[in-house]
Write a protein that binds this ligand. Structure first.
Ligand SMILES: NC(=O)c1ccc[n+]([C@@H]2O[C@H](COP(=O)([O-])OP(=O)(O)OC[C@H]3O[C@@H](n4cnc5c(N)ncnc54)[C@H](OP(=O)(O)O)[C@@H]3O)[C@@H](O)[C@H]2O)c1
Length: 348
């Protein structure tokens, strides 16, 4: 029998650390069996879109799809959602092919959010998997760009993978948003939160630079980077936003110089960047600054086939260009196991 699980039933069921570990296992399986996975499919009509992330994790015994719909706007040069539908996980036992569970809504992983705000909680955990495998172990200063939903969560997941972080420099365009971010988030991390007035000030001296913005244009410039830094960036997008005229150029979160300066570039999945012609990777490859062969998939790192960094001098870049089905399915698998053990959900 399959389980029907609602987001309101699983608040606090999975910790941030457990979610990161589960998603890591999903990408490990993808690294070993990439054919049991496909890039996110997104269909779009102007500001309406539907996304389907499919994936299978052969060692975890789960496969399925994660679906979501939104309407959005690019008012002010950054993406914002005007309507958000509940996320749905459809999971199968890939050994028996039985339907395992339907989970309605993303799991509420963060204590500073309500269940209704818990949309896209998986993204900062995927970012944490890649960052953990690439950033220097002795990272102490985080430069954080953005003060919205993903920035709040990335603050927590970045501090979770590097507990020695003791200072976070926060930048977004509005000083009111920066101040509100500190007020809301300081109680949730031990690191000292400091606002900075310029984008450059968040990057200078940071060990980890995390871009968690809705921006359509570069917020990080490669000329600011120094050896040893790690950059994680989350703006992904799809080519229809450009082809349908919603943006003048494909969305970018960093400039070409970041690509030029990076010794190692990892994508959540480069086939996603190729399929969607995502600006941060597709444009530099198209312009000959790097090549697809030089870009590594997260699965290769998570399965231990390739190291995330060779030494403490390298500049490393994780383009978290879209959560993949394998991560969602690995997390769903954990949720279902915990829900069954706790007697949560309805048998269907
Ligand atoms: N990779 C993935 O798997 C994945 C999954 C989901 C979402 N995303 C991406 O995550 C992005 C953010 O989503 P969200 O839910 O956090 O949006 P949000 O709550 O609207 O927050 C966006 C933040 O970006 C800041 N911002 C916008 N332009 C900026 C700029 N030029 N410089 C610095 N900060 C800037 C805004 O602050 P100010 O207005 O104060 O500047 C705001 O705090 C989305 O655009 C989406 O592309 C990626």
């Amino acid at each position: 029998m399959a389980l029907l699980i609602k987001d309101s039933e699983i608040v606090g069921l999975v910790s941030v650390d457990e979610a990161i570990a589960a998603i890591h296992e999903g990408y490990r399986d993808q690294g070993e069996m990439p054919a049991f996975s496909a890039p996110r499919l997104r269909i779009q009509h102007q500001d309406r879109r539907l996304s389907v992330h499919t994936g299978g994790c052969h060692q975890l015994g789960v496969s399925g799809a994660f679906l979501h719909a939104e309407r959005f706007t690019y008012l002010g040069g950054a993406q914002q959602y005007t309507h958000i539908g509940k996320r749905v996980y459809v999971t199968y036992n890939c050994d028996t092919a039985e339907l395992m569970a339907l989970i309605v809504g993303s799991p509420s992983l963060f204590s500073f959010e309500t269940v209704d705000e818990a949309m896209g909680t998986e993204t900062p955990c995927t970012s944490a998997v890649g960052t953990d495998l690439m950033a220097r172990q002795n990272a102490r200063i985080l430069g954080l760009y953005g003060t919205g939903r993903q920035a709040r969560r990335h603050l927590v997941t970045m501090c979770a993978i590097r507990p020695a972080i003791d200072e976070v420099r926060i930048y977004s365009r509005s000083n009111q948003n920066r101040a509100a971010f500190v007020d809301r988030m300081q109680p949730h991390v031990s690191a000292r939160l400091v606002v900075v007035d310029t984008a450059e000030a968040a990057a200078r001296g940071a060990d980890i630079i995390c871009l968690a913005t809705g921006s359509n244009t570069p917020v990080l410039h490669g000329e600011w980077l120094v050896p040893g830094q790690h950059v994680t960036s989350i703006v992904g997008s799809n080519k229809a936003v450009f082809q349908q005229g919603l943006v003048a150029e494909p969305r970018r979160e960093f400039d070409d110089e970041v690509i030029r300066r990076s010794n190692r570039i990892v994508a959540t999945l480069k086939d996603q960047a190729i399929q969607d012609e995502q600006g941060d990777l597709f444009q530099p490859v198209h312009n000959g600054l790097t090549s697809w062969d030089a870009i590594i998939d997260l699965g290769q790192l998570a399965s231990g086939k390739i190291m995330g960094r060779e030494n403490d001098r390298e500049i490393t870049l994780f383009k978290q260009n879209s959560d993949q089905g394998v991560g969602y399915m690995a997390l769903a698998n954990l949720i279902v196991k915990k829900a069954r053990a706790a007697g949560i959900g309805i048998e269907i």
